[in-house]
Design a protein around this ligand. Structure first.
Ligand SMILES: *Cc1c(COP(=O)(O)O)cnc(C)c1O
Length: 396
C-alpha cells in the first residue's frame, strides 16, 4: 500500500483519524467498535481525558532529559507500580521486548554473580516475548524465530502448563537460573493454565534458587481482572515482572520490576536506555495507573469479562466447529477447529475490530472502559460472525 514502508505487516485497508472510548473513526467517517485496543494497549479507550491531559501538560513542560538526571515522574511511577505489585525496584524501557531484554540480562547477571558461566532460562512452548534477538529466542513459536538463526544460547523450553517437565529440567540442568513465563499466554492463543501452575512454578523456583519472571506485558494493568494476573493467586509473588502494552495507553513505555535479590542485580553500567522512563512516558503511565484505580476498572474488567465469557458460551457452546471458549477478565479467546484469519476482515466490514491469533483463536481485548451495551454488541456480532463462518465451511 505504501512502497516506502518495510513490508512487516499485512495491513487492513483502513486508517483511523480519531477515537473516543471504545470507538474509532475512519477517514471516511465510518465508526468501528474496538474490541482489540491496539492489541491490549488502549485499555482506557481512545483519547481518554486523563491521559490526554497528562501528556499535553507534560509536553508543555519537558518531554525528555536523560537518565543522567533525576526524573520525578519516573520516581513517582516506579513507587506507584511497586505499591500496586509488591515489587521493589523498576527499570523503565520503551517496549515489551525491551522490558523482557532487561529481565533476561538481569537473570544472566544473577547467574554469573553465583559463578554460573552459562546461565539458562526456562521458557515455554507457545510463548511470545518479543521480536529482538533475545526475546525471539525466548519465544516458543517457530515462525517468529525462523530465518534469524543463529539464536542465542541459554534457553531451555518446556511445554506450557507442564510442571513435571520443569521438574525434569531442574533435575538435569545445573545452569538454569530463572523461569520466564506468561501467566496467560496471549499471542499463543489466550491459554489460561490451571490455577496451580504458577504456584507450582513458584515452588520449583524456591527449591532451586531460580528467579520466577512473569511476562505480564499483555496480562498486566488490570486486563485479566486483577491489576496483575499473578494476583489471582493468593500469596504468590514473582521475583521479576515485565510490563508494557497498557502501561502508557499508547505512549510507548515498558518496565521491568524486581524484588529481593533480583532487585539488586543491575548496577550503573550494566543496563540502560536513552528514552526509557522519560518524563512524557512516565506522565502517561501515572495517568493510566491512577485512572485504573480511581475508576475501579480492574474490578470492572473482572465482572464484564465473566459476563462476556458467559455470553459467548451461551451463544456458541453448541456450535459445531467451536473447540473452546476461554479467558480471564477482558482477555477472551474462542478457539475454532480450523484457521479463521479471514474473520478479521469480515468483522471490519461489520464495523468491529477483532483479532485472530495462533491461526484459529479469535482473540478479544476490548478496552476496560466499554459499557455493558458495547460489551453485548461485541459478543453478539462476534458470535454471529463465527456462526456464519462455520456454517459456510460446513456447507463446502
Ligand atoms: C506484546 C508482547 C510482548 C512484546 O511487546 P513489544 O512492545 O511488541 O515489544 C512481549 N510479551 C508479551 C506477553 C506480549 O504480549
Amino acid at each position: 500500500m505504501n512502497d516506502h514502508l518495510m513490508n512487516t505487516y499485512r495491513r487492513l485497508p483502513v486508517a483511523f483519524r480519531r477515537g473516543e472510548g471504545a470507538w474509532l473513526e475512519a477517514a471516511d467517517g465510518r465508526r468501528y467498535l474496538d474490541a482489540l485496543s491496539g492489541i491490549a494497549v488502549c485499555s482506557l479507550g481512545h483519547a481518554h481525558p486523563a491521559v490526554r491531559e497528562a501528556v499535553c501538560r507534560q509536553a508543555g513542560e519537558v518531554v525528555h532529559v536523560s537518565n543522567l538526571y533525576r526524573i520525578p515522574q519516573q520516581e513517582e511511577l516506579g513507587t506507584s507500580l511497586c505499591a500496586a505489585s509488591g515489587m521493589e525496584r523498576v527499570f523503565f524501557a520503551n517496549s515489551g521486548a525491551e522490558a523482557n531484554e532487561a529481565a533476561i540480562k538481569l537473570a544472566r547477571l544473577y547467574g554469573h554473580n553465583q559463578g554460573i558461566e552459562e546461565p539458562a532460562i526456562v521458557v515455554m512452548e507457545g510463548s511470545f516475548h518479543g521480536r529482538t534477538m533475545a526475546t525471539l529466542t525466548a519465544t516458543g513459536n517457530r515462525k517468529v524465530r525462523a530465518g534469524f538463526e543463529p539464536l542465542l544460547r541459554g534457553f531451555v523450553r518446556a511445554p506450557f502448563g507442564d510442571l513435571e517437565a520443569v521438574r525434569t529440567i531442574a533435575a538435569n540442568n545445573r545452569n538454569v537460573v530463572a523461569i520466564l513465563v506468561e501467566p496467560v499466554q496471549g499471542e499463543g492463543g489466550v491459554r489460561v493454565p490451571e490455577p496451580a501452575y504458577l504456584n507450582g512454578l513458584r515452588e520449583i523456583c524456591d527449591d532451586q534458587g531460580w528467579l520466577l519472571m512473569l511476562d505480564e506485558i499483555q496480562t498486566g494493568m488490570g486486563r485479566t481482572g486483577q491489576m496483575f494476573a499473578f494476583q489471582h493467586h493468593e500469596d504468590l509473588q514473582p521475583d521479576v515482572m515485565t510490563l508494557a502494552k497498557a502501561l502508557g495507553n499508547g505512549v510507548p513505555i515498558g518496565a521491568c520490576l524486581a524484588r529481593g535479590l533480583a532487585a539488586e542485580v543491575l548496577m550503573p553500567g550494566s543496563h540502560g536506555s536513552t528514552f526509557g522512563g522519560n518524563p512524557l512516558a512516565c506522565a502517561a503511565g501515572l495517568a493510566v495507573l491512577q485512572t485504573l484505580q480511581q475508576e475501579q476498572l480492574v474490578q470492572r474488567a473482572a465482572e464484564l469479562g465473566a459476563r462476556m465469557l458467559d455470553g459467548f458460551r451461551e451463544a456458541l457452546d453448541d456450535v459445531e466447529g467451536v473447540r473452546d471458549i476461554r479467558g480471564l477478565g477482558l482477555m477472551l479467546g474462542i478457539e475454532l477447529e480450523r484457521p479463521c484469519g479471514e474473520l478479521v476482515a469480515r468483522a471490519l466490514e461489520e464495523g468491529l475490530l477483532i483479532n485472530v491469533t495462533a491461526d484459529s483463536v479469535v482473540r478479544l481485548l476490548p478496552p476496560l472502559v466499554i459499557s455493558d451495551e458495547e460489551a453485548e454488541q461485541i459478543v453478539g456480532k462476534t458470535s454471529a460472525l463465527i456462526r456464519a463462518f462455520l456454517a459456510e465451511e460446513d456447507a463446502s
